[in-house]
Design a protein around this ligand. Sequence first.
Ligand SMILES: Nc1ncnc2c1ncn2[C@@H]1O[C@H](COP(=O)(O)OP(=O)(O)O)[C@@H](O)[C@H]1O
Ligand SMILES: [Mg+2]
Length: 265
Amino acid sequence: MIKVKNLQFKYQGSNKYALNNINVELPRGKYIAILGHNGSGKSTFSKLISGLYKPTKGEIYIDDIMIKKSSLREIRNKIGIIFQNPDNQFIGSTVEDDLAFGLENANIPQHEMKKIIKDLLKMVGMEKFIDREPNTLSGGQKQRVAIASVLALNPEIIIFDEVTSMLDPKGKEDVLQIIKNIQQTREKTLISITHDMDEAIMADYCLIFSHGKVIAYGNPKELLNNKKILEESKIDSPFIYKISSRLKNIEPTYDINELLEKIWK
Ligand SMILES: Nc1ncnc2c1ncn2[C@@H]1O[C@H](COP(=O)(O)OP(=O)(O)O)[C@@H](O)[C@H]1O
Ligand SMILES: [Mg+2]
């Protein structure tokens, strides 16, 4: 579980808080979508809970361990993060090296590595690219390798910070499918920062930021159906919901199949 208490954060040299008085508890093993306008504090929040930034004030606990200098190593083992920009996420000169680097750090014996790397690359559909240099891959392929590299470390919590936003539609679809697979097959806490309402609606919980504050937290279907919250956070309601709410004699729904059933009745 992630527990955040009275968290405040100010960037050096800035005179305003990027995050102001955040109090939230995110349960273990769930899929949590983080939404909010640009500059609302989503990335700053994700870097704080992964221990990349130090709180200006307040406390963050991961599984009851407070993030501080002496616990950083332990915390960093518990959380993996994948960033928006597919570049600059690689350490190795080939895809295989990149994954091996993480496994070496985790003290996995050499003779087990080959199979683990193969399995991980298979999982993200990149097994054919094992010998490629990361910088020769497409954006979507890079993100898939970045996900495999994070999975190699087997963290309890994985944060996806707008990982599809710089990808073309095909790359986006491939990466989203992998996130869905991880969600279904692994007992991990997944935190996905997204602008995609159709993705947010699939989450167990939704956390909404606006101007450095959490303005709502709860069931995505309830929150994304709340006009006041949508207006305050300047986010959009999901596409299927928008269509269905405009159709006569049809109850609004977020579910494409439900909508089709109602239309074809
Ligand atoms: N490196 C930085 N230095 C100074 N201010 C920053 C930096 N990164 C982000 N900010 C500011 O912090 C606020 C929150 O930004 P960010 O967490 O990146 O928002 P989001 O991810 O929701 O778009 C914004 O006002 C942004 O301008
Ligand atoms: Mg961001």
